[in-house]
Ligand binder design. Structure first.
Ligand SMILES: Nc1ncnc2c1ncn2[C@@H]1O[C@H](COP(=O)(O)OP(=O)(O)O)[C@@H](O)[C@H]1O
Ligand SMILES: CCCC(=O)OP(=O)(O)O
Length: 361
């Protein structure tokens, strides 16, 4: 059988998105949903491997796609050791680090493991593209203010790079000629100055920056320490408060922007205050990242699910419009970005990278 398709796999906290591409064309796509009850059965993220793998095989079968028609498999890359952006071959060393969760647990740690599992059966190559551990920080951005703690680059690199390339194409320029501030506004929020194509700083979507639908972002540090030592919460409970039960859900009991906007329309002033505060914090973070580019910003890009919200976009535009033109790309282009990362390598336009050779630290 002719090998002509790329299978892309994007494991998230509540779903596994899968897609089949022929060249640049998406032939099939599916968001396989996982209930909280199903995922609760697994103690650690890698324990979900067989469960998610079987669902992918079932989907391929239901679509009449044989694995013998695949030319390569690509997964969203996870919390590996810090590495530069690019398309990476999945190696044994990478699998080892993904299984350990070298920089923490994240559903995307399964991306490379699932890709290699399927590819090995066919003796074809597996890849990851621009994982969340992409680190292109300038040294000055790593300094936190306490010697034992370094600021880390944990960022929605895949979508940030994808929308940056999209803007460069629209402007008829090379990304290496542009300075952008990109805000990925999803369940977690990343705000990054993209300087001549590189993500030179970012807030750390898991623990810092603006609060998000399910994360606290940065908190007043003294009060946070006092809460940690109050005896009211365990370490694990505090971790979940910060990532999972923080942000909008902690104030309003929901992560759903549409539901909150309905409440605001119906006169809920508290919902309006909290929702506007999230936009306010996003605006302030964009302003801060614009200063990292010394104000030389060609465009500000808003992307991710929350960028569908005119309510939020209007507040942010009012705050940051004086810096540069604000461009809105709602949703994300992650599946397309995974496929195109592989195509660039298969066509010889870009060299594949080897994880072991690129690790920064
Ligand atoms: N039209 C919309 N208006 C307001 N919020 C929206 C809209 N569409 C999606 N969202 C919100 O976007 C967030 C999810 O964004 P997404 O980029 O899909 O995140 P993730 O991939 O991290 O789950 C949710 O809070 C969701 O409620
Ligand atoms: C760890 C940074 C990337 C991130 O937060 O991804 P999700 O929003 O998919 O959890």
């Amino acid at each position: 059988m002719n090998r002509e398709y790329v299978l892309a796999i994007n494991p998230g906290s509540t779903s596994t998105k899968v897609a089949i591409y022929k060249g640049k064309e998406m032939i099939k796509v599916k968001k396989i949903e996982h209930s909280a009850r199903e995922l609760e059965k697994y103690k650690k993220i890698p324990d979900q491997y067989d469960y998610r793998l079987n669902l992918i095989y079932e989907w391929l079968q239901s679509e009449g796609i044989s694995t013998s028609s695949l030319i390569a498999v690509v997964g969203r890359g996870g919390l590996l050791r810090s590495i530069p952006g690019g398309t990476y071959v999945v190696t044994e060393k990478m699998i080892e680090d993904l299984k350990i969760g070298i920089q923490g647990e994240h559903a995307s740690n399964l991306g490379g493991i699932l890709a290699k599992g399927i590819a090995d059966g066919e003796k074809i190559k597996s890849f990851i593209v621009d994982p969340v551990a992409v680190d292109e920080f300038e040294d000055i951005a790593r300094i936190s203010g306490l010697k034992e703690i370094e600021r880390r680059s944990l960022v929605h690199a895949l979508n940030i790079k994808a929308v940056s390339h999209r803007r460069a194409e629209e402007l008829g320029k090379d990304l290496s000629e542009l300075n952008l501030v990109v805000a990925h506004l999803g369940g977690g929020i990343s705000v990054s100055p993209v300087k001549l194509g590189k993500i030179v700083d970012a807030n750390n979507a898991s623990e810092m920056g603006p609060f998000s639908p399910e994360r606290t972002g940065s908190l007043p540090v003294g009060d946070l320490v006092r809460l940690c030592y109050s005896g009211k919460y365990t370490f694990d409970e505090m971790k979940i408060k910060i990532k999972g039960k923080g942000g909008l859900v902690s104030y309003l009991g929901t992560t759903d922007g549409r539901e909150i906007e309905e409440r605001i329309k119906n006169g809920d002033e508290y919902a309006q205050l909290i929702y506007s505060a999230m936009a306010y914090q996003i605006g302030k973070e964009i302003g801060a990242m614009a200063t990292a580019l010394e104000g030389k910003v060609d465009n500000i890009i808003l992307t991710g699910g929350l960028a569908y919200s005119e309510y939020l976009v209007d507040i942010i535009k009012n705050m940051v419009g004086f810096i540069a033109e604000v461009v809105v790309y709602p949703g994300e282009d992650e599946m397309k970005a995974l496929n195109e990362g592989v195509l660039r390598v298969l066509k010889g336009e870009e060299n594949e990278k080897i994880y072991e050779n690129e690790v920064l630290y």
